[in-house]
Ligand binder design. Structure first.
Ligand code: ADP
Length: 279
């Protein structure tokens, strides 16, 4: 637990009191990425995500959103700078008894086997077997509302249901950190709205830390506590916007003046960055 000292000044004395600050789950400190072919995917970025926070990376294609997420997941190494998870290097995550899950845009399910076995695979990779595995698979499927489809094959499910299986596979390992790379990008808008709401419920119920990638301004506003705005050529962070709206958020939030204001602010930031790119 991290502690900060807050100075409280009164007329005669200066008192110090201890204020609790949530532990940073992720810290990028001048972290940059140049791929081996010379592509400069990300200029040095500084970003902190607090434990339990829901942060979205918003920006056009090619601005380095996936690269940033993959570095956090340990799938790509930074070219320079530091990247810490719970104050330790990424490769020390397991020794801290913490885990993360990565949900991709495609559900990427094994088509030849059932929903249950698809979700169970994630546990087997972690060495969880037998009754314990079955119990956790059941819980994960219940969380995403798919208990009745445990024995179905992926092809018997809609696109939205397949994505729920993918999320269940991410949740079954009880991750501390959930990284999602445009998970609902391929779905129709109504399904996407539904899954956005379900995701917020899961985040709140499970105390997860979520980093979510999207290029949809509206999705970013609806989901996030904080939106990190990125621009391309070269990929970089240009600003961030706090979405100061309480949870739970209902669909009605999408119809409010505040929602439009946040969307306009993000739109302006993204447009400004793309004009600068063209100069
Ligand atoms: P985004 O997710 O915002 O679309 P990416 O992180 O996928 O952006 O890509 C950022 C830049 O890095 C792009 O120019 C992309 O072509 C490049 N890039 C991504 N992955 C690789 C790779 N494995 N090798 C070389 N260049 C890459």
């Amino acid at each position: 637990m991290s502690l900060a000292v807050k100075k409280e000044q009164s007329e005669q004395d200066v008192r110090f009191s201890v204020v609790e600050e949530p532990m940073p789950a992720i810290e990028l400190l001048s972290t940059e990425k140049i791929y081996s072919n010379g592509t400069r995917a990300l200029l040095p970025v500084d970003l902190k995500v607090k434990q339990g926070e829901f942060v979205t990376l918003l920006g056009p294609s090619g601005c380095g959103k996936s690269t940033l997420l993959k570095m956090v997941a340990g799938l790509e190494a930074p070219s320079d700078g530091r990247l810490l998870l719970w104050r330790k290097p990424v490769d020390k995550l397991a020794s801290q008894n913490r885990s993360l899950s990565f949900v991709f845009q495609e559900a990427s399910l094994m088509v030849w086997t059932t929903v249950r076995k698809n979700v169970r695979l994630a546990l087997e990779l972690e060495g969880v077997k037998g009754e314990e595995a079955e119990k956790r698979v059941d819980q994960a499927l219940e969380l995403v509302g798919l208990s009745k489809f445990a024995d179905a094959l992926p092809k018997e499910l809609s696109g939205g249901m397949q994505m729920r299986v993918s999320i269940a596979r991410g949740l079954v390992v009880n991750p501390d950190l959930l990284l999602m790379d445009e998970p609902f990008g391929a779905l129709d808008e109504i399904t996407r709205f539904k899954l956005d709401s379900e995701l917020l419920d899961l985040w709140r119920k499970n105390g997860l830390t979520v980093v979510f990638v999207t290029h949809s301004i509206h999705e970013a506003v609806f989901l996030s506590q904080r939106v990190v705005v990125m621009a391309a050529r070269p990929g970089r962070i240009i600003d961030e916007v706090k979405i100061d709206e309480p949870f739970p958020r209902s669909e009605d939030f999408r119809l409010t003046a505040k929602f439009s204001e946040y969307s306009m602010t993000l739109h302006r930031l993204l447009s400004k960055a793309s004009v600068e790119e063209d100069l």
